[in-house]
Design a protein around this ligand. Structure first.
Ligand code: GCU
Length: 409
């Protein structure tokens, strides 16, 4: 805050206590704090973006704004990672014989040996593939494939996503983001961000944790390229909640990422920053979450507001174009209102013109599809399942979507 020359920020919304004066807004009539949104198809100088070639130049402007103000700049220097297979087992996932590998990515720390960073990942590959397999990569919570259960007690428990993936003949991988960048502000002088900065604090436009987590996903693609049975050109990234945010950031910034499944990503993810519904910019800028973002982001919680941002989340989704993106969430009645389902839908809708400019299909609908259904026939998909804060119920729809693009080759 000293570097930003500010002494205080506005408090965030309260997510739990309904009687609190700052309880999250859940009134749609009060959610739209903006009179206009930045237009991805207008250059900063006001000229229209008319062609794919124009879009290539416009992307550079958008990346610059997202880098400087929102997520921070990933360091330009290449940081080498040496992948080691630390364990291999053969087992069955459902009826599918698989090979499971535990992997550690040792990050080159010769520039600052007192910070040691190791990336944890595991990979499950069906045996006997008849070609190079697509890989679905999850930002995972660590351990042996835990997943957030569906909080709707009446919902049937489906197969694990990994089982659904290997049954298609594809590989499933889980990378543990907190193994290389801690999920708190105190960790910013450590992990990959600390290593790149040689233990010094961040500058106001240095990368935040979401970007750092995305960096790890890129290193995972490097590894996949060394596995004879995997196709590094067919890698999809998936995550829920803070890892849904990271999945969208990884997809937007890493051109080798072929597809994304962005689940309940909310504020800092697919939700429009300018909407006041559920979680707000002020929460992201607060002490529990500021580390996800660039330092510069904090100033939009005081004196500036979300309406002063040069960009908004529909433009982050647009930066993924023309590659396929599936945006998902649960039901507000089960998941709660914090993620702002409509804010994520609107951002997906407003990214549609960019997909169309590039000859792709965005959303077909103009209104939010009813819960339990989606608009998933285009290259940009939105689906709201009827469960809680989990991707679980959306996996079959996502894999159907993914099957239109990914094949064992
Ligand atoms: C908090 C946070 C959200 C985040 C979520 C999660 O609720 O405010 O932004 O998405 O945690 O990761 O589960």
């Amino acid at each position: 805050m000293d570097l930003l020359h500010i002494t205080s920020i506005r408090p965030g919304a309260e997510g739990f206590n309904k009687n609190a004066p700052n309880y999250q807004n859940v009134d749609e009539a009060k959610a739209t704090t903006y009179t206009s949104l930045p237009d991805p198809l207008v250059f900063n100088n006001g000229k229209p973006v008319k062609s794919a070639r124009d879009w290539n130049n416009r992307r550079k402007e958008l990346f610059e704004d997202f880098d400087r103000e929102i997520y921070g700049r990933t360091p330009k220097q290449k940081i080498a990672v040496k992948w080691e297979v630390t364990g291999t087992t053969e087992e069955k996932l459902g009826d599918v014989p698989v090979v499971k590998k535990s992997l550690v990515g040792h990050v080159d720390n010769s520039s600052y040996p007192s910070i040691k960073v190791d990336i944890q990942m595991n990979l499950t590959m069906p045996k006997g593939a008849k070609g190079k397999m697509p890989v679905i990569l999850e930002f995972g919570f660590g351990g042996n494939f835990p997943q957030r259960p569906n909080t709707n007690p009446n919902a049937p428990r489906p197969k694990s996503w990994q089982q659904q993936v290997v049954e298609k003949g594809w590989a499933a991988a889980v990378i543990v983001p907190t193994s290389y960048q801690a999920d708190n502000g105190g960790g910013l002088a450590d992990g990959i961000i600390g290593l790149a900065n040689k233990g010094e604090p961040r500058k106001v436009d240095d990368w935040g944790t979401l970007k750092a987590w995305g960096w790890g996903a890129s290193r995972a693609i490097d590894y996949f390229a060394t596995e004879a049975s995997l196709d590094p050109k067919q890698v999809a990234i998936e995550g829920i909640s803070r890892y849904g945010k990271a999945a969208l950031v990884a997809m937007a910034y890493e051109p080798r990422m072929a597809m994304a499944f962005v689940g309940s990503s909310g504020a800092g993810g697919a939700k429009l920053h300018r909407r006041d519904f559920g979680e707000k910019v002020e929460n992201l800028a607060g002490s529990g979450e500021y580390h996800w973002m660039a330092g510069n982001y904090i100033k939009y919680a005081g004196p500036l507001t979300a309406n002063d941002m040069p960009v908004d989340s529909h433009e982050l989704i647009a930066l993924c174009a023309p590659r396929p993106v599936f945006v998902g969430c649960g039901s507000p009645n089960v998941e709660g209102t914090w993620v702002d389902d409509r804010g994520m839908f609107l951002a997906t809708l407003y990214a549609t013109p960019v997909y169309e400019l590039l000859g792709k299909r965005g959303l077909k609908v103009k209104e939010m599809p009813p819960e339990g259904t989606g608009d998933t026939d285009g290259d940009l998909a939105f689906r709201q399942h009827t469960g809680g804060h989990t991707n679980e119920p959306n996996w079959p729809s996502f894999l159907e979507f993914a099957s239109r693009y990914f094949k064992v080759r």
